[in-house]
Design a protein around this ligand. Structure first.
Ligand code: ZN
Length: 177
């Protein structure tokens, strides 16, 4: 049975550590970490979660997207586990967009990200995929890729003066909520 994991909060050293490549995607221990991450990200209404956020210093994250209370405008993407993900290229064209993080509660900040990226990753079934991602999904990939590189979105914000509280953010994007 999958276990709802505790989410590492900013200040936990695991969020700043080196992460390890996964040699055997099909190993039961890896599959069970993926299962735990799937239930944990769903429970938290997240659009992505990286292994270091559940105290596993592995090159692994999950991207999932559907409109939810934390991201009312999110597009639909089935939960996808990405193992040993690589960022192959990223567009010069960038845009600023609001980000938040399950490890940095109650804060949102605008982060400049490439609009289109090329990625390669191994699926949980052990298949290698190459894809082009754009828009919100490309943003989530870049956010999660940062996590497996020991970075959080706060490191990317141009000025701390642009940070706002989650409550003010919700007031902006969902005035009726
Ligand atoms: Zn995050």
């Amino acid at each position: 049975m999958p276990i709802l994991r505790q989410i590492a909060q900013l200040g936990q050293p695991v969020l700043r550590q080196e992460t390890h490549r996964i040699d055997d995607p099909l190993a039961p221990v890896i599959q069970s970490v993926i299962e735990d991450m799937l239930v944990t990200v769903a429970e938290a209404n997240g659009v992505g979660i990286a292994a270091p956020q559940v105290f596993e210093p592995l090159r692994l994250f999950i991207i999932t997207s559907r409109p939810n209370p934390r991201y009312p405008q999110a597009p639909l993407l089935e939960p996808t586990a990405m193992l040993n993900p690589e960022l192959l290229w990223s567009s010069d064209e960038t845009e600023k967009g609001w980000e938040g993080c399950l490890s940095v509660p109650c804060i949102r900040g605008p982060v400049r990200r490439s609009i289109r990226i090329g990625v390669r990753y191994t699926t949980r079934a052990g298949e290698i995929r190459e894809e082009e991602l754009s828009g919100f999904i490309a943003r989530v990939f870049q956010h999660e890729y940062d996590h497996i590189s020991g970075l959080v979105f706060l490191d990317r914000v141009e000025s701390t003066r642009e940070l706002i509280s989650e409550r003010e953010y919700m007031r902006m994007v969902a005035p009726q909520g």
